[in-house]
Design a protein around this ligand. Structure first.
Ligand code: ADP
Ligand code: MG
Length: 483
């Protein structure tokens, strides 16, 4: 077993080390980012998404990058991979040094031609994206796409690439690798697609794997299996991983060392122990303090700016620290037992807004010779419940248990087999298409996956104005834009 890996495993066994001890073990550099600055040209002028950041990745370690949405995490990873959309994005300055194994002299990835870079991408550096659907091609089977990736980077024939692909699918614990091989991306669940992406990323045994929020779109049970899988694969392959997330719980679980990003800069870095037990920067303290508690309910969710103020300066931001616990912000933040009971009483003396009665949505598994199915997947099977005006009803359950199908059935985006959905007493199941279209204005859905709901060729403004036009809301275009 390679040295770095032994130490790496020890780190987990001995609890968390302090940063200085840690660096002694992590002696071998694999990537060094120096003064990286990435700038976007937009209609509103230039924005600096990544502002002169420097960090090192050591062989065999998992480096976590945390920070709120928009802090520059994805732009950092795309800069390293050189996958930024030119010419709007430019790397204004910096070096990205890659240290090939057994070679003392690093290669500056930013100085390679696009052709040379392509050799490193996939074979030495691979990336897993947050949104597997936008990285997998919908018109090719999953097997075909991984085979192509292998053929591109390895000098093997098709037969051997196919064999490797099936082995990879088994290694990333996809059920029934042969079925997945012949499946199109849309036929797989989110967690399965993410596994296909991981298989593709691992197909060329990269030294560096960049995982950009690989589990954010997945539910917690699937997330857990993906995290375990990455850890296991790293253990076997001595890979270095950059793991990006906004989720501090995930970071604590997977990372050896953590970078905290804020508005394009690294404001703090250290071992997991240092960051969680002794955060220094007000932003890190704020991030940690605003995790909602599990044992009591707050009147509103705290946000980072409750704990610090960022005052823009000519150069960047001046950061002032505010009180450091939720209770210090105001004393009246916790919902008491009496308040909670009063709220529930108020809710349930009302008439329900929605009554769902015995709804079932079944999908045919196979058709018999006259095209009629007698074998169904009972995705939603005889469910009844009520929702009251002003109520938030939580629906939980593991991946594949029927949550999304139920939600879509209520709006008749999928037609249920049977049952009734009363909205203020009217049965949605009996409505004409026209009446239903009007009714839908009252019932909105936010999808798990924003990429498939937003048209990439439309601006954000147009995307939001369009439904207002469809439903003829507000008196003029100017009103709609203002809205
Ligand atoms: P994170 O991954 O931390 O959520 P990003 O790295 O995606 O954040 O974004 C950092 C900043 O760069 C944001 O302010 C974002 O709006 C901006 N940005 C990202 N992509 C583009 C782009 N293609 N054009 C213009 N600005 C962009
Ligand atoms: Mg991102």
């Amino acid at each position: 077993m390679p040295q770095a890996l032994i130490f790496h495993t020890d780190l987990h066994l001995s609890g968390y080390l302090q940063y200085s001890d840690y660096l002694q073990y992590m002696a071998e550099k694999v990537l060094e980012v120096i003064d990286l600055q990435t700038v976007f040209q937009t209609n509103e002028g230039a924005t600096t998404a990544v502002d002169k950041i420097s960090f090192t990745l050591y062989r065999g370690e998992t480096l976590g990058i945390v920070g709120e949405s928009g802090s520059g995490k994805s732009v950092t990873s795309l800069s390293i991979m050189r996958l930024l959309a030119m010419p709007t994005a430019t790397i204004a300055s910096g070096q990205i040094l890659f240290y090939p194994k057994g070679q003392a002299k690093p290669i500056d990835l930013l100085r390679l031609s696009e052709n040379e870079m392509r050799k490193y991408r996939g074979s030495e550096l691979a990336m897993i994206f947050q949104e597997p659907m936008s990285s997998l091609n919908p018109v090719f089977t999953c097997g075909y796409q991984v085979v192509e990736a292998i053929l591109l980077h390895q000098n093997v024939n098709k037969k051997s690439a196919e064999k490797q692909t099936l082995e990879l699918f088994a290694r990333v614990q996809l059920p029934d690798p042969h079925r997945v091989f012949n499946a199109y991306p849309h036929q797989l669940s989110g967690g399965q697609k993410q596994r296909v992406m991981i298989a593709m990323a691992l197909s060329c045994k990269p030294s560096i794997l960049i995982a950009d929020e690989p589990t954010t779109a997945l539910d917690v049970t699937v997330q857990k299996t993906i995290l375990e899988l990455l850890r296991k694969l790293q253990h076997e392959e001595e890979e270095s991983i950059i793991f990006i997330t906004h989720d501090l719980g995930v970071i604590a679980e997977v990372a050896d060392r953590v970078l905290v990003m804020y508005k394009g800069r690294i404001v703090e870095q250290g071992s997991v122990y240092d960051i969680f037990k002794k955060p220094q920067h007000p932003y890190t303290k704020g991030l940690l303090a605003c995790r909602p508690p599990l044992d009591y309910r707050l009147k509103r969710l705290p946000i980072v700016s409750d704990f610090m103020t960022a005052i823009p300066t000519k150069d960047w931001f001046e950061i002032e620290e505010k009180p450091t616990t939720i209770k210090e912000i105001t004393d009246d933040v916790i919902v008491t037992h009496d308040e909670q009971n009063a709220r529930l009483t108020d809710l349930y003396i009302q008439r329900p807004l929605i009554s769902v009665e015995n709804i079932s949505t079944w999908f045919p598994r196979s058709n018999n010779w006259i095209g009629v199915s007698n074998d169904y997947i009972k995705a939603v099977d005889n469910i009844s419940f009520e929702v009251y005006p002003g109520e938030t009803l939580g629906l939980v359950g593991e991946s594949g248990c029927g949550k999304t199908t139920l939600g879509r059935s209520l709006l008749r985006l999928i037609e249920p087999q049977q049952g009734s959905v009363y909205y203020q007493g009217k049965d949605l199941m009996k409505m004409t298409p026209d009446a239903l279209k009007k009714q839908r204005r009252q019932m909105q859905i936010i999808f798990q996956d924003p990429f498939s709901s937003l048209n990439p060729r439309s601006t954000i403004g147009n995307a939001i104005i369009e439904p207002m036009q469809v439903h003829e809301l507000y008196s003029s275009e100017a009103e709609r834009i203002k809205r």
